[in-house]
Design a protein around this ligand. Sequence first.
Ligand SMILES: [Ca+2]
Length: 446
Amino acid sequence: MRRSLIVALVVALAIPVSTSTPAYAANPTLNFYISPPTVQNTYVSGARIATFNDKAADTACPAEWKADDNTEIGTVTATKSDGTEGPPAVTECKIRKPDKFGGAVLNANDQPFPPDNTTTLPAAGTNYVGILSNKTVTLSLTQPESYLGFWWSAGDPKNKITLFSGGPSGTRVGVFTTATLKSLLGSNTSTDLVTAVDGNTYQGCRYYGNPRKVDRTANCSGTDSSYNFSQPYAYIHLVGEGGLQFDTIVFTQGSSGGFEFDNMAIARNVVSPTVVTEFPAEINAGSPDQVANTCEAFSTTFAITASNFTTSPTYSIDPTTLPDGLTFNPATGGVSGTPTAGFTKTTYTLTATAGSQTPTETVSLEVNDLGNTPCPPPPDPPASQSSNTRSGNSPGHVHDTNNGPQLAATGAPAWPMWAGVALATGIALDGWARRGSRQPAKSRGD
Ligand SMILES: [Ca+2]
C-alpha cells in the first residue's frame, strides 16, 4: 500500500499543473464527467479499452482482463459466500449478449449525437459484462491508473463502484453510485439539463432508455418499456488528479437488478476537461480513523479525496476541540502536531466548503497515552548546549536533549503519502531548520 502511494506522490509532483484545469484543493481529486447521450465509448485517446466483444456470451467473466490491444488490465475475482475471493462464476459475473440492458454498438466512439428528428439508432450491439444481483466483483489492476471510463447501461439504483489505492483494504479514493448519476440527470423529463464532457448541454431525459433502440423524439415523453425507459445509460469518466491513482475497482450490485457495463477504458495522466462539473461534490476520507501517540509527531489528512468541486474547497472540523498539541489545517482538512496528552477516541465531522458545495465526512481522532508526558522538548542541534533549551520550560517541555533523534525516528508512521510529505518537509524539517538556525546565533551571543 505504501509503495503505490509513494509512486502516486512522485507522479503528482512530476506533473506540471495544467492551466486549463480548475484549481482544486491540496488533496487528490477525483472528478466525474459524462459523455453526451448515446455515446458509448471513451473520448480519451490512448486509453486501453476492453470491449468484451471476443468473449462468449453466457460464460463467466474471465479471471484475467485484457484490453483489446492485448495489454493487461488486471485480474478479476468475485466475493464468495464464505467471504473469500475467487475467479468469478457465471452466477456472479457473466458475459451477456446485447439486449435492452446493455451491449454497446460497434464504433460507438464515432457515433454522432443524432439530430432531434432522428428516429432510431443502429440496433446491433455487442457482448458486455453483467454483474448479478447481490454480488461483489473486484478488479485488481495490473498497475495503478488515474482514469476509468465505462458505458454504464441500464443504471440500477443499487449499482456502486468503489476505487481503492493499495488494494481492497487500502485507501478508498472514490465512490460512484447510480444515485450520483441520477442526481446529475435529474428527473426523467425534458426540463432538466446536463452539461456533458463536450461542453454542450443536453436534456437529462435523453440519457434514459437504451440508445440502440430509442426514438430520440419520443425519449423525453415516451414510456416504451422495450428500450428500458426508466433507467439511465451514459458513458462515465472518472478522472483522478493531484496524484490520485487507484489500483482496485470494486463493483457492487445490491439485492436486486444487475450491474451492466461495456467498453471499459483505463488510462493514466488524463487531464480533466474544462467543462463545469455538475456532479454533486463529495469528500471521502480513505483513512478516517486516526490514532496518535503522546509526544510523537503526528500528521494526517485522513487521506481525503475531494470530488467534483467547482473551486478549491476549504475545510472545517466540528467539534473544534482537538487533542492538546494538534492543530487543524483548513486548506487540507488535515491535522498535525505532537499530542501532549491522551485523548479518548472522538468523532468529528469534516466539512469541505466551496461556494454552495458543502459535503461532509465523518472521521475520528484518538491519542494513546504512552505515559511519557510531559513531552520532552524538540531536539537541539549538537552545537547548542544550553541557552535555548531553557525555553523548554514551557508546559510540555523537559530538558532531555537526547530525545531528539528518537522523536524524529518515531515520527514517521505509515501515513498516506501526502501526510508523509507534510511530516518530512513541513513539520519535522522546517521545525528543525528554524530551531537550528536560531540556536547557534543565540549560543554565540551568550
Ligand atoms: Ca461490447
